[in-house]
Ligand binder design. Sequence first.
Ligand code: MRU
Length: 352
Amino acid sequence: MKVKINNKTENYRSVWFEPESGIINAINQTILPDKFEITELKTYTETAEAIKTMIVRGAPAIGVTAGFGIAQACMHAPKQNFTDYLKKAAETLKSTRPTAVDLFHVIDGLLNKIKDSDAIENKENAVEISVSESQKIANETINACKKIGEFGNELLKNKSKILTHCNAGALACVDFGTALSPLRIAKYAGKEIFVFVDETRPRFQGAKLTAWELLNEEIEHKIIADNAAGYFMQKGEIDLCIVGADRITANGDVANKIGTYEKAVLAKENNIPFYVAAPISTIDFSIKSGNEIPIEERNEDEVLSVNNIRIAPIGSHALNPAFDVTPAKYITGIITEIGIFKPEEIYKLKDN
Ligand code: MRU
């Protein structure tokens, strides 16, 4: 992704791994857009903490980072206790955030690869497999996101006005993004587009992160309060919506950042197409419908305070579900790396 620092444009991934040192580097997403800082994660416990505290966030980036965390665990595990150490690391990494399924897919996939090759008996083999496979997952994630961008770009016309919610950009996906990838590709193709950016309370991923990415890419946009989307839809100012996903179930229901559901309902009411952009790795074929998806509840302080300044009266409490589920009937299409599908077709992608 393009990052403008001191009038210079540089290219970054949101997270990357240095196998020689065993260090994961991650753009610290908790302090953007005020500060651009790379956080070094030296052990799998530091990596798990970074996922939990959202230094790294967004479904695909969480998965990729957890994969690097497994590689760190293989590198640091004592030879004698290798299996137990790795099991503990996998449990710790899995316990960070419950909703984004990429986390579980990547960890289980890596553990299976290590087991299949008998590397579990041989630390050196396990290190080699986990390092090369986790790097491969990062590269595959980027390629999938680029393809999503190419398919999604076909939905965009010159002057299209798009609404997006939360941050499903390069920060959330190592590079390109899911929902933001079509916007990047459209811009590179010379289209003029305009983006309505939902601020995305309580953590403001829209106002802080999506706006920062769009600014770096010089894509025209304005931030709107979360409760303003209906107003602009009614006025005919939004041509289509594109959001990301944390978990898609076999029937095409989609868990994404809290507030996505109400935007989808409003879009249907106003005859506006509502698209979800996600790689196939975000589909959980083991779950039939959205009501089985575990929804993360985060600390009430995120709602009661803004940038650590309390806005609610002392004594009031808050509820803070981090995600909601949009039923398939509100979704026009799901943009994947192999094409755009109706939600009811999603179950057919199982063997891809
Ligand atoms: O809580 P977050 O910031 O990790 O939630 C992120 C989202 O809801 C994104 O829309 C989703 O992970 C898709 S990212 C490509």
